[in-house]
Design a binder for this molecule. Sequence first.
Ligand SMILES: *Cc1c(COP(=O)(O)O)cnc(C)c1O
Length: 397
Amino acid sequence: MCIFGILIQTRFNQKQSYMKFGTKAIHAGVSPDPSTGAIMTPIFQTSTYVQRSPGDHQGYEYSRTHNPTRTALQQALAALENGQHGLCFSSGLGAIDAVVKLLKPGDEVISTNDLYGGTYRIFTKIFAQYGIKFKFVSMDDVSAVEALITPATKLIWAETPTNPMMNIIDIKALGKIAKKHQVLFAVDNTFATPYIQNPLDMGADIVMHSVTKYLGGHSDVVMGALVVNDDMLHQQLAFIQNSCGATPGPQDCFLVLRGLKTLHIRMERHCQNGKSIAGYLKNHPKVAKVYWPGFEDHPNHDIARAQMRDFGGMISFTLKDDSLAAAKSVLEKLELFSLAESLGGVESLSGHPASMTHASIPKEEREKTGVTDSLIRLSVGIEDVEDLIDDLRKAIG
Ligand SMILES: *Cc1c(COP(=O)(O)O)cnc(C)c1O
C-alpha cells in the first residue's frame, strides 16, 4: 500500500463523514487533478510509472497494483458504502472470485439458495473443485443458517434482495450469527445499491457489487467491487487483487466515476418507476404474482422496511397462463423493455431467468426457489413511467 494512497484516503474519510449520500456520490474520492486542476479525474491510461531512483516513486509503480483513476473510484465506492476500503475488479465475478480465494481447501461456505446464477456457477463449478464446500439454504429463516455452521464454516454469502425472487434477508440478524461464530459475512449489494442499504452498517464484513449494474448505470461497463472496513481484510483482498490480476482498466474506472455522480438521482427514479409498475402489474387481470419487496404483503416486507431506504427498480412476475409460451409472447412484444441480460441501466430491460441469468442452475434446483419457466424479470429504467406502463399493457394484453 502506498503512503500517498493512505494519506489521500484518510483525508477523504474525514470529509465524507458529514456528507449526505448525493453529495458523496458527486464528491467522494475525487479531487481536482493536482497537475492541471482538471475537475474530472483523468483517465490515467498508463501501465507503468517512472521512478526517480529505484524505489523512489510517487506511490504508483504498475497499474495492476495501483492506478490513480482506479484509486479515485475505489475511494468513491468505499465512501458510498460507509466503508474504509474499496477494491475494484474487472467484473462482479472477479470480485466474488477474490473473496472465495480468502479460503482454503476444506473450508465451508453457506450461501443463500436464491442466488445470482453466475455466483452459483463459480461456487459449484470452479471452487468446489478446489475442495471448498458450499451449502445452499433459504436465508428467510436465519436459524437455518446457524444450524449449518460447523467449525469449518468460514464464509456466509448473502444476496438481498435476491435475484430474481426479491426475497429479503435480514442482514442484521445474519451479521449477529456470523459474528458469534467468527465467520466472515459477505453481502452482494448489487440489487439494492448503497442508495438503498449499507450492509457494512448492519454487520457485514464485505460488501460486493456488480458495478456493471446500477453503480455504472449506463450499460457500458463490466466491473466489480468490494468494500470492507477491516484493515487486515483489506490487505488480504488487495493482495489477491494484485496477485490474481482481475483489475479493471482506467477508462472503465472513469466511466463508473462519471456514472456515480447521478446514482442518487437515477435510483430515486428507478424506485419511483418501480413502485408504479409493481402496482400496475399487481392489478393486471392476466398477472398471477408480482414479486417486489415494497408490497405490504411481501413475506419479508417488515425486514425490507427496516433495512432498506426504498425498494428499488427490480420486479419479477408470473402470468396466470403459467406457460413458457405465454411468457415468451410477452417478452417478444415488449419494445421499451428490451429483452437482455443484465440490469440497473437507465434503460428498462426484461429478462427470462429460467433461460437467461439462471440457465446454469439445474431446473429442479431453480424451480424449488420459484424460478419457473413463466417467470419474467424487469429492470425498470428511468424513462417516463407512462410509456413503460403502455409498453407492458400492449405486451401483456
Ligand atoms: C450481474 C451480477 C453479478 C455478476 O457481476 P458481473 O459484473 O456480471 O460479473 C453478481 N451478482 C449479482 C446480483 C448480479 O446481478
